[in-house]
Design a protein around this ligand. Structure first.
Ligand code: FAD
Length: 269
């Protein structure tokens, strides 16, 4: 449980972090450290350099920006839970985040780390997909915006380049949103997670732990758009998914859970 040797650099600005990442191809960003450090201790991850962005306080904010809410990537889960703007304009985010891990995890983990880590079991991965969030990245070539639907490219792999930082997550204001999570114990990861939200008059659904990446339940969305009932739409929850079998659940059980949770989420919207 001891990580391989690594060097440590603390960035004083986003620009410095980008420059430090460019010095070594095996450098990695360190935010809250609650996913990266466990992976390093298990030697699943062996970065040669850690670029610590944890003191970049200008990446910690939640503010209204037109019809969107802009969330700085370093905003901690605990701050999202009690944020007044999110509580009134996109309560789906705090409702989800309060189900993440335990208080220690929520006080160290960041929204940017959760999204950038691209864990298919991430609660926020399903939520940013359901919300059609925009993910703002900054790198040596400047800033670009990546739609959430194009962000998750594989297990623990994202559209971010090696020298890019995720700096902001932009979510729409939504009145109707629900996140349901089935977990083996109260602090556990999602055996299956389902996010449902009404965005621009359309119901959109994101899934956690139902495939190699966070997923959109497109067949459910199409069925709803054609006027299907919640039950009939939920019956299509597994189309396009590839639920894994592991120590938490079999693939068949996950498929069953997804149908049940999608129906419940749609009924609660
Ligand atoms: P780090 O661990 O610092 O980084 C994670 C990865 O993202 C690294 O590869 C890092 O290089 C990269 N990264 C971080 N920030 C950026 C950035 N701004 N730009 C580019 N790359 C970046 N999550 C859930 O969704 N649900 C749970 O129930 C849950 N339970 C947990 C229980 C435990 C005991 C623990 C330890 C973690 C749990 N988590 C859970 C994960 C938690 O939400 C983490 O905080 C989160 O996944 C990573 O955020 P972090 O800030 O700690 O990122």
């Amino acid at each position: 449980m001891i990580p391989a040797a690594f060097a440590y650099e603390r960035a004083g600005s986003v620009e410095e972090a980008i420059e430090l990442l460019g010095r070594d191809e095996d450098a990695k960003v360190l935010a809250g450290g609650h996913s990266l450090l466990p992976a390093m201790k298990l030697r699943i991850s062996r970065p040669t350099v850690l670029v610590d962005i944890g003191r970049l306080d200008d990446l910690r904010y939640v503010r209204e920006d037109g019809d969107r809410i802009a969330i700085g990537a370093l905003t901690r889960h605990a701050a999202l839970v009690r944020d007044p703007v999110l509580a009134t304009r996109c309560a789906l985010v705090p409702q989800t985040v309060q189900l993440i891990g335990d208080p220690q995890v929520r006080h160290r983990g960041t929204i940017g780390g959760s999204v950038a880590h691209a864990d298919p079991a991430s609660d926020l991965g399903a939520v940013v997909l359901a919300l059609d969030a925009e993910l703002v990245a900054r790198g040596p070539d400047g800033e670009r915006t990546i739609p959430a639907t194009e962000f998750f490219t594989g297990p623990f792999t994202s559209a971010l380049g090696p020298q890019e930082l995720l700096t902001e997550i932009r979510v729409p204001a939504v009145e109707r949103g629900v996140y349901l999570k089935h977990q083996r114990s109260s602090r556990d990861w999602a055996t299956v997670g389902v996010a449902a939200a009404e965005v621009g008059g359309r119901i959109q659904v994101g899934l956690a732990s139902m495939g190699p990446t966070s997923l959109r339940a497109s067949a459910v969305e199409e069925a709803l758009a054609s006027g299907a009932s919640a039950a009939d739409a939920a019956a299509r929850a597994v189309e396009g998914a590839d639920p894994p079998s592991d120590v938490s659940a079999s693939s068949e059980y996950r498929a069953h859970l997804a149908r049940v949770l999608v129906q419940r989420a749609l009924e609660q919207l």
